[in-house]
Design a protein around this ligand. Structure first.
Ligand code: HEC
Ligand code: HEC
Ligand code: HEC
Ligand code: HEC
Ligand code: HEC
Ligand code: HEC
Ligand code: HEC
Length: 272
C-alpha cells in the first residue's frame, strides 16, 4: 500500500512548487530589508546621537552646583536658561543638554575626560542648531570643525546674552572679532560708517559660499546701503559720481577703487 501524504502537506508542496520564485524574491527582499534596517539604525545613531560618555546617565543640573557653583549661579541669566525644565522627565535638559550625561563625571569627582566639552566637539550644539553644521562645512568658514576654535570662542554658553561681549555696548560684538583681527580695528582717519553696524553686516561669521565669508558677492554687498540711482538713461550715480562704467569692471573694492573697505588713513573714498 502506498502511504498517502496528508492533504495539507500535499497542498503546501504544490504551493511551494508554484510560488518558489516569488518566495525567493520575498526572502531576498526580507534580507535586504533586514540589512537596510540594521544599516539605517547604525547610521542614524552616529548622525543624531549627541556625543556622550559611555556608561554615563543623566544626573540633573542641580548636581553640578556642588563643584561648579559660579556657573550654576549665573546660568539663569543665560540665553540657554530656557532649556531648564522641572520634573522627572526633564533630568536631561539643562547643563547636560550640552555636556552629555555626567554621572561618571560626578562620581569620579570631576576626573579628566569624563564629560563632553563642546569647545572641543561642537556636535552637541548641532543637535539643536542643526543648520549650522552645513555653514561650518563651507569652504570659507571659521575653523571650528577642525578644532582650531570652538563655538565658545564667540558665544558665552553660561551667562547673559549668548554673544560674547554682547549686551548693550556699542561695538562690543565687533570687539570680540577685533581681538583676532586687529588690522580692521583702526582708528582710521576716514572711517567707514558701515562698521558701526557690525562686522556681520558684511560677513557671515559661521561661514559663507563667498570668499572672505562675505554675506553677498560682488557689488551687491555695497549696493545694499549705497543705492544706485539712475539719474539719466545709462547713468548710475553712487554718491555724486557716475559709476555706470565702473560697476562692470570688478568689485567695488578692486584695486584702484575702494580697497580700504574697513577704513582708510589717506582717502575719504576709502583707498589705500
Ligand atoms: C564632585 C565635583 C564635581 C561635580 C559634581 C561636577 N563636576 Fe564638572 N568638574 C569637576 C572638576 C574637579 C573638573 C576639572 C577642573 C575644572 O575644570 O574645574 C571638572 C570639569 C568639568 C568640565 C570641563 C571638562 C573638560 O574636559 O574640559 C565640564 C564641562 C564639567 N566639569 C561639567 C560638569 C557638569 C555639567 C556637571 C553636572 C552634571 C558637573 N561638571 C559636576 C568636578 C565636578
Ligand atoms: C549651550 C550649551 C551649554 C550649556 C547648557 C552648559 N554649558 Fe558648560 N560649556 C559649554 C561650552 C561651549 C563650554 C566651553 C567654553 C569655553 O571653553 O569657552 C563649556 C564649558 C564648561 C566647563 C569648563 C570650563 C569652565 O568654564 O569652567 C564647565 C565646568 C561647565 N561648562 C559646566 C556647566 C554647567 C555646570 C552647566 C549648567 C549650569 C553648563 N556648563 C551648561 C556649553 C554649555
Ligand atoms: C537642547 C537644545 C540646545 C542645545 C544643545 C544648544 N542650544 Fe543654543 N539655543 C537653544 C535655544 C532653544 C535657544 C533660544 C533661546 C531663546 O531665544 O530664548 C538657543 C539660542 C542660542 C544662541 C542665541 C541666538 C540668538 O538669537 O541670540 C546661541 C548663540 C546659541 N544658542 C549657541 C549654542 C551653542 C554654541 C551651543 C553648544 C555649545 C548650543 N547653542 C547648544 C537650544 C540649544
Ligand atoms: C567667529 C565667531 C563665531 C563662532 C566661532 C561661532 N559663532 Fe555663532 N554667531 C556669531 C555671531 C557674530 C553671530 C550673530 C550673527 C548676526 O547677528 O547676524 C552668531 C549667531 C549665532 C546664532 C544665532 C543665529 C543663527 O545663525 O542661528 C547661533 C544659534 C549660533 N551663532 C551658534 C553657534 C554655534 C553652535 C557655533 C559653533 C558650532 C558658533 N555659533 C560659532 C559668531 C560666531
Ligand atoms: C579666536 C580668534 C578669532 C575670532 C574671535 C574671530 N576670528 Fe575671524 N578668523 C580667525 C581665523 C583663525 C581665521 C582663518 C584664517 C585662515 O583660515 O587662514 C579667520 C578668518 C576670518 C575671515 C576670512 C579671512 C580671509 O583672509 O579669508 C573673516 C572675514 C573673519 N575671520 C571675520 C571675523 C569676524 C567678523 C569675527 C567676529 C564675529 C571673527 N572673525 C572672529 C580667527 C578669529
Ligand atoms: C562694509 C562691509 C564690511 C564690513 C562692515 C566689514 N568688512 Fe571685513 N571685508 C569686507 C570686504 C569687502 C572684504 C574683502 C576685501 C578684499 O578681499 O580685498 C573684507 C575682508 C576682511 C578680512 C580679510 C582680510 C582683508 O582685509 O582682506 C577680515 C579679517 C575682515 N574683513 C574682518 C572684518 C571685521 C573684524 C569686521 C568688523 C570690525 C569687518 N571685517 C567688517 C567688507 C566688510
Ligand atoms: C551697512 C551699510 C553700508 C554698507 C554695506 C556699505 N557702506 Fe559704505 N558707507 C556707509 C555709510 C553710512 C557711509 C557714510 C555716509 C555716506 O557717505 O554715504 C559710507 C561711506 C562710504 C564711502 C565714503 C563716501 C565718501 O566719499 O565720503 C565709500 C567709498 C563707501 N562707503 C564704500 C563702500 C563699499 C566699497 C562698500 C562695499 C564693500 C560699502 N561702502 C558698503 C554704509 C555702508
Amino acid at each position: 500500500m502506498i502511504p498517502t501524504r496528508p492533504p495539507f502537506l500535499e497542498s503546501a508542496r504544490r504551493f511551494l512548487q508554484h510560488h518558489a520564485r516569488q518566495l525567493g524574491v520575498i526572502a531576498a527582499a526580507g534580507w535586504v530589508a533586514a540589512i537596510a534596517v540594521s544599516c539605517a539604525s547604525t547610521v542614524t545613531r552616529t548622525v543624531v546621537m549627541p556625543p556622550s560618555i559611555s556608561g554615563a546617565s543623566y544626573v540633573g543640573t542641580e548636581s553640578c552646583a556642588q563643584c561648579h557653583e559660579q556657573i550654576n549661579k549665573h546660568f539663569g541669566s543665560s540665553a540657554h536658561a530656557t532649556l531648564i525644565a522641572r520634573g522627572p522627565n526633564a533630568v536631561n535638559v539643562g547643563c547636560e543638554s550640552c555636556h552629555g550625561p555626567a554621572s561618571v563625571h560626578v562620581e569620579s569627582g570631576g576626573a579628566a575626560k569624563t564629560v563632553v566639552n563642546p569647545q572641543r566637539n561642537p556636535e552637541s550644539c548641532f543637535e539643536c542648531h542643526a543648520n549650522l553644521r552645513g555653514q561650518f562645512a563651507l569652504v570659507n568658514s571659521h575653523p571650528v570643525m577642525d578644532g582650531r576654535m570652538g563655538c565658545g570662542t564667540c558665544h558665552d554658553p553660561h551667562r547673559g546674552g549668548a554673544h560674547k561681549a554682547g549686551g548693550t555696548q556699542l561695538l562690543a560684538e565687533n570687539d570680540n572679532c577685533l581681538q583676532c583681527h586687529p588690522a580692521q580695528r583702526g582708528p582710521h582717519v576716514f572711517e567707514h560708517e558701515a562698521l558701526r553696524e557690525g562686522c556681520v553686516t558684511c560677513h557671515h561669521p559661521h561661514g559663507s559660499v563667498n570668499q572672505r565669508m562675505l554675506s553677498e558677492r560682488g557689488a551687491i554687498l555695497c549696493l545694499k546701503c549705497h543705492f544706485q540711482q539712475q539719474s539719466a538713461p545709462g547713468r548710475i550715480a553712487i554718491g555724486t559720481i557716475d559709476h555706470s562704467t565702473f560697476l562692470s569692471r570688478g568689485t567695488c573694492w578692486s584695486a584702484g577703487c575702494h580697497e580700504a573697505v574697513h577704513g582708510s588713513q589717506v582717502s575719504s573714498s576709502l583707498r589705500f
